[in-house]
Structures are given as C-alpha cells and as structure tokens.
Design a protein around this ligand. Structure first.
Ligand SMILES: NC(=O)c1ccc[n+]([C@@H]2O[C@H](COP(=O)([O-])OP(=O)(O)OC[C@H]3O[C@@H](n4cnc5c(N)ncnc54)[C@H](OP(=O)(O)O)[C@@H]3O)[C@@H](O)[C@H]2O)c1
Length: 287
C-alpha cells in the first residue's frame, strides 16, 4: 500500500524520527516534511499550497511551540503554533479529505490526580503551553471528524535538544547532577511513538479520537537522569531535589502519568516499559 504523508515541523524531534521510521518501515510511502522555515502551520495560504499540490492522505502535525517556560513570555507565538496552527490544519484536512494525526501533551492535565490520566479525564492546564495545546485539540475537533489526537509525554529521541542531551552535556561539566524527584510522568520514546503513528496510518483502525501514548512506568526526571547515567556509564552522581529548588517560569503538573489502557484495549498495542525503550534509544543514537 502507498500513502502520501505530509509532516509539519519536519525539523523537530518527532518530525525527524517519523521520517527515519517511514524510510525504513514504509519505503513506498511518499513523504513531504517541510521544516518551520519552509512552512508556518498557522499560514493558511501556504498550507493550502502544500495540500493542493501534494494531496496528502495523512497529515502528521508535529509542529509546536514546545519550550514550556518560554511559552509563558512569548504567548502570541505559542498560541499561533499550538492553537491557531492546528485549526488551519484541521480545516485543510477536512477540505482535502486527509486524515489528521496530531500530537498533544500530558500537560493538558493539572497533575492533582495520583492515578494515571485517561482520555476521558477533564483537562485543566496549569501553564500557558498546556492551555494552548488544549485549545489546539478543541480546534481540531471543531473542524474535522477524521482525526487522531495522540497525547505523548516527555518525548526523547536521537535528535535535537532533548533530555538525554541535557544530561550528557551537564555530565561533561559537573561531577554531581541534581534533578527534580517530586514531579512524576511517563516518558515517551520518539521511536515508539513513531511506530504507533505508523500503525494508525497502515492499519487505519476504526475509532477516530483522542489516545494516550507514552511508555509504561512512573518516573521523575531524577529517575530518568539516573537511568541515563547508568546506561551510558557517565562518571557522575545524580541527586534528587524537590522542584522548589529549581524555580521555573512555568508551573508543571506534579503528576502527569498517562493511562495507556485505551490503546491496549482498542488496538491491542503493546506498550514498552520506559527503561527498555530508553536503553534502545541510547544504544541506537548515543553510544
Ligand atoms: N518534547 C516533549 O517532551 C513533548 C511532550 C509532550 C508532547 N509533545 C508534543 O509532541 C509534538 C512533537 O514534539 P517534539 O518534541 O518533536 O518538538 P520539537 O523538537 O520542539 O519540534 C517542534 C518543531 O515545530 C516547529 N515549529 C514551531 N512553531 C511552528 C509553526 N508555527 N509552524 C511550523 N513549525 C513550527 C519547530 O521549529 P523551530 O524550532 O524552528 O521553531 C520544531 O522544529 C509537539 O506537538 C509537542 O507539543 C512534546
């Protein structure tokens, strides 16, 4: 089977991971993945040009303003990318008969729960990034019926600036690293998320809607950093600290673990344990 796949935000972590997986696992697909410099997703005219010339079967929106702290200050840019852009993409997908696959975030939740968030739990973002991402979800639902909104969390990959790079860079300059241990989430391997996205396109399972997709397990940044240091054998000591020792512009949810029951039950999807997936990414890209 062949498909024409338009990926927005082609230069980001997910944009690049998807291109890698598609080239390897679906080489017959026709992929166009313009970077931000070539395509601002909020630009409706430019979007129409891409849709009318490329005629995509699937549009994967990986484009977003992802710097959570900066989003508090650069509100217009954050809203443009995270809320206005998805509205444009949904309208165009609807007009051109394409299926829209969009990545949202665990940060739509407030973090007051102590059990994993399901797709039916009500969003209540605690920061501007989360608020704009939630608006993006609603804008998609208002403008097309053919959508999969996937909520990942704490994405890491072999590309760009991400948590693995941060730990590696800090370890080059410091003997002791301190990471927050009182904010708990479920990390997402970009390769696992790309494989799930590929599954949706190839199998086209019934059930448009919202799906949570991250790795299995509940960890803090401290747990994650310690695992990275262990697996890469970095000569550092990793110490836990409360979030109050790291003042940040944006508030973060204290607990944003996502339940993966829906993708297991609806699609029989096998969710990999977080440490196994982390090890795979580290061995693939960093050693
Ligand atoms: N990273 C995470 O931990 C995380 C967690 C949960 C959910 N997500 C979601 O997952 C998706 C993929 O994230 P990622 O980690 O791949 O992000 P990323 O590496 O930051 O990539 C996002 C890309 O979008 C581009 N972009 C920003 N504004 C744009 C616009 N208006 N039009 C077109 N492109 C634009 C950025 O380009 P510039 O850099 O040139 O601006 C960047 O290349 C996003 O929707 C994000 O919200 C991410």
């Amino acid at each position: 089977m062949k498909a024409r796949i338009l990926i927005s935000g082609g230069g980001g972590q997910m944009g690049r991971s998807l291109q890698e997986i598609l080239a390897r696992q679906w080489p017959e697909s026709d992929v166009l993945a313009p970077s931000h410099a070539r395509w601002d997703i909020a630009d409706a005219e430019k979007g129409k040009e891409f849709f009318s010339t490329f005629r995509p079967d699937f549009v994967i929106n990986t484009a977003a303003f992802t710097n959570v702290d900066l989003a508090e200050e650069q509100r217009e840019a954050a809203r443009r990318a995270n809320a206005a852009g998805p509205a444009v993409l949904a309208r165009l997908s609807n007009d051109f008969g394409a299926t829209l696959i969009h990545y949202s975030t665990d940060y739509v939740f407030d973090g007051r729960q102590r059990t994993p968030y399901t797709e039916t739990d009500p969003p209540a973002p605690v920061n501007y990034y989360g608020l704009t991402k939630w608006e993006g979800e609603k804008n998609i639902q208002r403008n097309t019926e053919r959508y999969y909104i996937i909520r990942p969390a704490w994405i890491y990959s072999g590309y760009g600036r991400n948590f693995i790079r941060l730990v590696m860079d800090l370890a080059r300059k410091n003997a002791v690293l301190r990471f927050i241990n009182d904010q708990i989430g479920s990390p997402t391997s970009a390769l696992d998320l790309a494989r799930f996205t590929l599954f949706l396109m190839q199998e086209q399972p019934a059930g448009f809607g919202i799906y949570h997709c991250s790795n299995q397990g509940e960890v803090s940044r401290y747990d994650q950093a310690r695992a990275i240091a262990e697996i890469l054998d970095l000569p550092v000591e990793v110490k836990p600290v409360p979030h109050t020792e790291f003042p940040q512009k944006a508030e973060r949810p204290a607990y944003s673990v996502l339940s993966k029951d829906k993708i297991r039950q609806h699609f029989g999807w096998k969710v990999n344990p977080w440490r196994e997936s982390l090890e795979r990414i580290l061995k693939t890209y960093y050693v």
